[in-house]
Design a protein around this ligand. Structure first.
Ligand code: PLP
Length: 365
């Protein structure tokens, strides 16, 4: 077989069967069919071997089939596969205790576990509305927060996420994300571009459109992912935090993609020296098992019994995978991300010195 002639016959046959029965909405970019994976490598059914740079789009935080995660899943599966969230189990409690320990705020944390990132964002939206009794939000152009009816109202990275689905959840006003490489606002002398964007929100949005004291939450990715991996300037989050505190707005950081050790710290927001009120997580939290989390300050996650729930939240297999993942991140992968991140950034900056066509190298490690 010519190994460069991809996809091979077995993969091609599967792709043909897939086309007949699987929703055509998935953005299938590459004709890769997974057979099995180990660490950073994956194999297709024709025996071709690849290095996986995608990691399931930031999901495989411990690599493919990490033996510790696999063992944790096997052990949990032998005990029980499911228990309704009307009941209790230790793995769910231990994971929530761990998330309380690593949450990026001093105050104690309470967690609502979900099946996905979008459900974590939906939970954050509902919690913010419930806690503040307000209905309006600020989101950012270029942001990605999911595809269900609440989260997709914030998603503003590509118009096809909205086309055909109007009306979306009302009450979301989008503002530009502070992209220091493509600034769209004039700055005052010495003004940080992040502070400039926050001044736009206060002066233009609150000043002319939505009253600041009717905003429930500002939902933002600490480092914008799908929008272009944009790192905001240092002044942005401190100014945004100040704005939120001034108007009684909840600062909700969507760490579905940027969190779980990916930047060398548990959460990307930790690089910016501010504490959010709510954090959403998913993707890398359980090495590929379906799990998300809405983690909030305990003073915020105060809602009575029955207000919000789900069938699979706190699933024992996903909790076991997550606990093993967090242990592995703690033991080695957090430090590895910091080291490899710094190495990569240094190397890119060195290349940039030789190639003026490279306009900016940005990252937080
Ligand atoms: N939020 C962010 C920042 C994301 O990157 C994603 C997914 O890519 C989501 C939310 C939605 O997560 P899910 O696809 O698990 O619903």
């Amino acid at each position: 077989m010519n190994r460069l002639n991809l996809p091979g016959p077995k993969a091609l046959a599967l792709i043909e069967r897939d086309k007949k029965v699987i929703s055509s909405s998935y953005p299938r970019g590459y004709p890769f069919v997974m057979d099995y994976g180990k660490g950073v490598e994956v194999w297709d059914p024709d025996g071709n071997r690849f290095i996986d740079f995608m990691a399931g789009i930031a999901v495989l935080s411990t690599g493919h089939a990490n033996p510790r995660v696999v063992k944790a899943v096997q052990d949990a599966a032998e005990k029980f596969l499911h228990i309704s969230s009307d009941f209790y189990h230790e793995g769910w409690i231990r994971l929530s205790e761990k998330l309380d320990e690593i949450a990026p705020f001093e105050e104690g944390a309470k967690t609502f576990l979900t099946n996905s990132g979008t459900e974590a964002v939906e939970t954050a939206i509902k919690l913010a509305k419930f806690h503040t009794r307000r209905h309006n939000f600020i989101g950012f152009l270029g942001g990605f927060h999911g595809r269900t009816m609440g989260s997709v109202a914030f998603t503003a990275s590509k118009p096809h996420y909205h086309r055909g689905f109007y009306p979306l959840m009302p009450g979301v006003t989008h503002v530009p994300f502070p992209d220091p490489y493509h600034p769209i606002f004039e700055r005052k002398p010495g003004e940080d571009y992040g502070e400039r964007v926050v001044r736009f929100i206060e002066e233009e949005i609150f000043g002319h459109n939505v009253p600041g004291d009717e905003i429930a939450g500002i939902l933002v990715e600490p480092i914008q992912g799908e929008g272009g991996f944009l790192v905001p300037p240092d002044g942005f989050f401190p100014a945004l935090r100040e704005l939120c505190t001034k108007y009684g707005i909840l600062l909700i950081v969507d760490e579905v993609q940027s969190g779980m050790g990916r930047t060398g710290k548990w959460w990307a927001i930790e690089h910016f020296g501010v504490e959010p009120d709510i954090v959403t997580s998913a993707k890398g939290i359980a090495s590929g098992l379906p799990l998300g989390a809405c983690i909030a300050r305990e003073s915020v996650m105060q809602w009575p019994r029955g207000t919000h729930g789900n069938t699979y939240g706190g699933n024992p297999i996903s909790c076991a995978a997550s606990l093993a993942t967090i242990e592995l991140l703690e033991e080695q992968y957090l430090a590895n991300a910091a080291e490899v991140g710094q190495y990569t950034l240094d190397a890119l900056e060195e290349i940039q010195m030789r190639h003026p066509s490279i306009g900016m190298c940005a990252a937080r490690v």
